[in-house]
Write a protein that binds this ligand. Structure first.
Ligand SMILES: [Zn+2]
Ligand SMILES: [Zn+2]
Length: 337
């Protein structure tokens, strides 16, 4: 049974989720198993997410469209590190704090085509995925034990995925960890001092300085942030203040965001030859959807470098390509339309 455990010294949480039957010695054997090629060569007859294999996943919690051939399916994650039937009760192991591994984990199967990635999808298809994110969050938030919903996409084995079929994930937890709390606290301090949303200020400053902007539309802007931790780290922000992604307008705004996301992903695809990447949709915790000091955004992190000893030791990242250079390269790239 999975379990949350808190580091007594830092108050950070980890999930201990032993896989059934796995022994420490198995780790050694697996080390070289999953090369990039293995993932790329996965065949559609084995794929649990391909059309015709719907019986290989649990009953979907969301299907779009509801009738006819599906475009997006959201299913419970069979291999979830957290389980929905557990309690959130805290337990003490001596002086150490733990909690049962309650949580909701879902897989968003983004498209019927096994070989397509969002960088190459049609606009409406990317919008379908973004709409599924919104509607699943609205549904999941009804569970009173949930406080944080994390939506993310792992693209390629270096980004942590073992399945080639285009998919992203949603993991909802009862715990809001320090990693999320700390920036929130900073945002409150900023609000108290200046009376403004720190992210709105950050967007205004990036738009004023211009050199790190990748692409801009009426309602959204994508840039490599001033203090990007790694080469080609990209962020997409709504220009209008909005704390929670759940408040995004269904039609117009989702389409405009889809267009911006596809544009950034295709610039990475053509510019860096389909790099592995993670993207994360950062949005306010449940209950903070209306705050004046939080602001949702997407961050896209190509897996170009691996954090090494100094980064892990100090938390100070060494970025070997200035974000101004990353942004200029992506902005000026000629991409097929
Ligand atoms: Zn597939
Ligand atoms: Zn704001």
């Amino acid at each position: 049974m999975p379990e949350f455990r808190q580091n007594l010294a830092t108050k950070e949480w980890v999930i201990i989720a032993p896989e059934r039957g796995k022994r420490p010695s198995d780790i050694k054997k697996e080390k070289d198993d999953e090369s990039a090629e293995d993932v790329a060569n996965q065949n559609t007859t084995e794929c649990p997410f391909c059309p015709g294999h719907e019986d290989k996943t649990d009953t979907p919690v969301y299907v779009y469209p509801e009738k006819g051939d599906w475009q997006v399916r959201v299913v419970p994650n069979k291999y979830a590190a957290l389980q929905p039937h557990l309690a959130t009760t805290r337990t003490w192991v001596g002086s150490f704090l733990a909690a049962k591994g309650f949580g909701i984990a879902e897989v968003v199967i983004e498209h019927p085509d096994h070989h397509l990635s969002p960088a190459l999808m049609k606009l409406g298809e990317v919008a379908n995925i973004l709409r599924a994110y919104k509607y699943r969050q609205l549904e999941i938030r009804k569970n009173e034990k949930i406080n944080l919903i994390t939506v993310f996409r792992n693209h390629g084995p270096r980004a942590g995925t073992s399945l080639a079929h285009p998919h992203s994930q949603i993991i909802a937890t009862p715990i809001v960890p320090p990693h999320v709390r700390y920036p929130m606290e900073q945002a409150v301090l900023h609000y108290d001092k200046y009376g403004t949303c720190v992210h709105c200020d950050l967007i205004t400053e990036e738009l004023r300085q211009k050199e790190r902007i990748i692409v801009e539309s009426e309602k959204f802007v994508a840039f490599c942030p001033f203090a990007a931790r790694s080469p080609f780290e990209c962020r997409i922000y709504p220009k209008k203040h909005q704390a929670s992604y759940m408040l995004i307008d269904d039609d117009e705004d989702i389409f405009e965001l889809a267009s911006m996301l596809r544009e950034v992903l295709s610039r990475l695809y053509y510019g860096l030859n389909n790099p592995d990447y993670n993207y994360i949709l950062r949005s306010s915790p449940i209950g903070d959807e209306d705050t004046r000091y939080l602001h949702w955004y997407m961050v896209i992190i190509p897996k170009i470098t691996t954090p090494a000893g100094f980064e892990i030791g100090s938390g100070i990242y060494i970025n070997t390509i200035a974000p101004e250079e990353s942004a200029r390269y992506l902005r000026e790239l000629e991409i097929p339309k």
